[in-house]
Design a protein around this ligand. Structure first.
Ligand SMILES: [Zn+2]
Ligand SMILES: [Zn+2]
Length: 293
């Protein structure tokens, strides 16, 4: 089937830890012949305006999103938010707090590496991140590779930066259900990201029972068995079933960190479901603001 019927609903840009600028991502998606593409950067909507403008130019559907980092049961849980009102002051204030948490985490992580006898400075990490986005662990991984401490990003995460790694820092974060509420407060649609990578099915069921609007059933790191299971759970809880590659860019060996752009996609009808829900919510959002006046 033609790719023009499909949309990749989970993609990162240089506004967070992706390799390509928002406009490049949109151009690449259009070149692949995708029907649509999302931008879902970590804890920021900074790349949305640029991507939206590019999508108009390339005549491709654009799904504005964000991926919020949260914590539950000590696990790093991601929540995707689509169609939030990014000019909403309260929403941006809340995101600002997450950005501050991210910075504090980077500093802690670098301190831990230094304690392990690995000399890395924040300036070095900032230098590889480029000037556009927020800095994150993949940038630290690049510095570790450049210094010959590890060979690949995967190794950097396994040994140092990921959960269980020697320099892992658990940042202070909000609970996933709080992120659901933040996204809804901003008129958006909330989706539990990649449930398969948490390896805690009890928790996943609890979070889905708390009724986000959707769940990312298909993701680059999900096995076919997991996909089947999450489709069942989505149906049980009446949730929208989304899909995305989680593309960040190519690794040094040419392979993609999670998956290639457009390698995991949803039918455009899923995009339409999100639009419909967003429009319902926009009506109540408007009503609420008028009531408050
Ligand atoms: Zn994620
Ligand atoms: Zn992601």
């Amino acid at each position: 089937m033609a790719l023009s019927q499909y949309i990749d609903m989970h993609v990162h840009t240089t506004a967070s830890d992706g390799q390509y600028k928002p406009e490049q991502i949109v151009a690449m998606a259009a070149k692949l012949g995708l029907g649509g593409v999302a931008v879902t950067d970590h804890d920021t909507t900074a790349g949305i305006a640029e991507a939206r403008a590019a999508a108009i130019k390339h005549n491709i559907r654009f799904l504005p999103g964000i991926e919020i980092s949260t914590v539950a049961d000590g696990l790093d849980i991601h929540v995707l938010g689509y169609f939030t009102r990014n000019d909403d002051e309260k929403w941006q204030q809340r995101l600002g707090k997450l950005g501050a948490t991210r910075e504090a985490r980077n500093e802690l992580l670098i301190n831990k590496l230094n304690e392990l006898g690995i000399s890395v400075t924040l300036d070095e990490v900032v230098a590889v991140s480029g000037d556009q986005g927020s800095i994150g662990r993949p940038h630290v991984a690049e510095v570790l590779i450049a210094k010959g401490i590890v060979e690949t990003k995967q190794q950097a995460f396994d040994e140092y930066l990921g959960e269980g790694g020697k320099a892992f820092v658990q940042p202070r974060r909000i609970h996933p259900t709080e992120a659901f509420q933040w996204i809804r407060d901003a008129g958006g649609v909330c989706v539990l990201a990649h449930p398969g990578i948490y390896h805690n099915e009890t928790l996943v069921e609890q979070l889905l029972a708390a009724k986000p609007d959707g769940v990312e059933v298909m993701h680059s790191d999900h096995t076919p068995e997991q996909i089947t299971r999450y489709i069942e759970l989505a149906d049980r809880f009446g949730l929208i079933k989304t899909a995305g590659s989680d593309f960040h860019g190519a690794s040094d060996d040419g392979s993609s960190f999670h998956g290639g752009l457009g390698s995991v996609t949803a039918d455009l009808s899923v995009y339409d479901q999100l639009v419909a829900l967003h429009q319902q919510r926009a009506v109540s959002f408007k009503k609420k603001s008028t009531d408050e006046e």
